[in-house]
Design a protein around this ligand. Structure first.
Ligand SMILES: CSCCC(=O)C(=O)COP(=O)(O)O
Ligand SMILES: [Zn+2]
Length: 246
């Protein structure tokens, strides 16, 4: 778009909670968790009141980005950028982030290359399931139309679909959209041998959901390591641990 490089006012703000600042600060935080190392992963934030979408550049060290490196699109004209930083390309994850906005009205979407996500994708088929773990209560519960109706209970079973990886990130879009439609109860999609996409109503919800899910994925890997199934009922773990000792 002509003049898109000029709209620097859209990304320069003294407010630490401005989307362009938050993309940079949260990516630093994700980097220390090992979620966006080696340029992989990222985050997009939607400014719902101003109808704008903020996106990181592609192929850069995500923990070193500056607000002026951030791309901006208008939500109603998703084929056009209103801010294009010079010499940079928008994240290859863009169509995946947009899918969460368009299909789930998300306010932010996080993509990580978490090793726990990759491990779980290697240990499961089409779905990851876990239940009877306190941390599940941090995750949203949806009705059959994908509308949030509250939070999951301790005994609820969390189900996250797993899609197959593709050589190019953007080619994941069709499978991610299918999974979003097939699983109205999910707020995340795992990508086998690659990572995970997690979205939420706003950036802070997306952050909490991503943290809670990653905790559960990491726990799941540890449970497999000692032979306890992730859907094991309360008290049943003893029988698996007993088998382990024999
Ligand atoms: C080693 S990163 C490969 C690309 C990828 O999976 C990813 O998440 C980063 O894509 P981007 O275009 O945002 O750099
Ligand atoms: Zn990726």
């Amino acid at each position: 778009m002509i003049g898109a490089n000029k709209n620097e006012h859209l990304v320069i703000s003294a407010d630490p909670d401005h989307p362009a600042n938050l993309i940079c600060s949260l990516c630093k935080n994700f980097y220390t968790n090992g979620w966006v190392t080696g340029t992989g992963g990222g985050i997009s934030i939607r400014d719902k009141p101003n109808n704008l979408i903020y996106l990181a550049p592609s192929g850069v060290q995500k923990e070193r980005m500056l607000p002026e490196n951030i791309f901006v699109k208008h939500f109603d004209h998703q084929d056009q950028y209103v801010r294009v930083p010079q010499g940079l390309k928008p994240s290859a994850c863009t169509p995946l982030f947009l899918s969460s906005y368009n299909l789930r009205d998300a306010g932010s979407c996080i993509h990580t290359h978490s090793q726990a996500a990759v491990m779980v994708s290697l240990l499961h088929g089409a779905e990851f399931r876990i239940s009877n773990i306190e941390q599940i209560k941090a995750l949203p519960k949806f009705n059959s139309e994908g509308k949030k109706i509250g939070y999951m209970d301790f005994h609820d079973e969390l189900i996250i679909p797993i899609i197959e990886n593709t050589p190019f990130e953007e080619d994941l879009t069709g499978a991610l959209q299918e999974a979003i439609k097939k699983y109205p109860g999910t707020t995340a999609v795992l990508v086998r041998r690659h990572g995970i996409y997690v979205w939420g109503e706003d950036v802070w919800k997306a952050k909490v959901y991503n943290e809670a899910i990653d905790y559960l994925l990491e726990l799941a890997v540890k449970m497999y390591g000692v032979g306890i199934p992730t859907t094991c009922g309360i008290g049943e773990e003893k029988q698996y641990l007993k088998n382990l000792q024999n």
